[in-house]
Ligand binder design. Sequence first.
Ligand code: OAD
Length: 232
Amino acid sequence: MTHPSIVILTGAGISAESGLGTFRDEGGLWAQHRIEDVATPEGFARNPTLVVDFYNARRAQAHEAVPNAGHAALARLQAEHKGEVLLVTQNVDSLHEKAGGSDVVHMHGELASALCSNCGHRWTAPLHMEVGEACPTCAQPTARPDIVWFGEIPYHMERIEAALAQADIFAAIGTSGNVYPAAGFVQMARYVGARTVEMNLDPSQTVDLFEDTRPGKASETVPQWVDDVLNG
Ligand code: OAD
């Protein structure tokens, strides 16, 4: 296996050391906000101001954040590895891109993007979105944050599943394994015989499915793992 095909899944834990809060750790975002209120289509229909404000605050925070050594190591892997590397993230921040990552697959959407719920058009979100902003294409007041909410279908699943079907190595980094379909990727990778590695501070819900587990901070475990992969 000279140039293995690699699929990487990242979650909130990789951005934790850049100062962005995770969801389910103590004091995390889901301890401060109800998922039903800020991360569902029904919550948005009930109180769009609350939801737009929630993502405005997160966008402002993400805008200031700088990538850490974990993001940088993955960008280095993408640049230097001669085989395929698909970098899939559940994160809505742009820290992989800021670190120099290329072709980052945002399966849960992006803070940097706005979506028209009327015509499906996407455009660059302003730092501060207003409720009922007009879509630049259809002119309807139907702009929303381009975030995949609970009850909605994650983006780019065909591409991700195709890459998993060819994977020789699957790595999950900084994700608790609570949210499907992402939490099921390790099963798909195992099915095709890929080597599986988890890098997480605490063991995830699916830790038993990984053959290699590397506990610790992403800023330390990820550069080490990238060195291991690049050195064969
Ligand atoms: P979680 O908050 O569920 O899990 C974050 C994981 O990162 C935990 O298992 C921590 O142990 C780990 N962690 C924390 N700090 C770390 C560090 N410095 N280095 C390495 N690991 C660290 O976040 P996700 O699994 O990403 O979806 O959550 C998945 C999805 O649930 C999110 O994309 C979001 C959320 O609801 C939507 O909003 C649709």
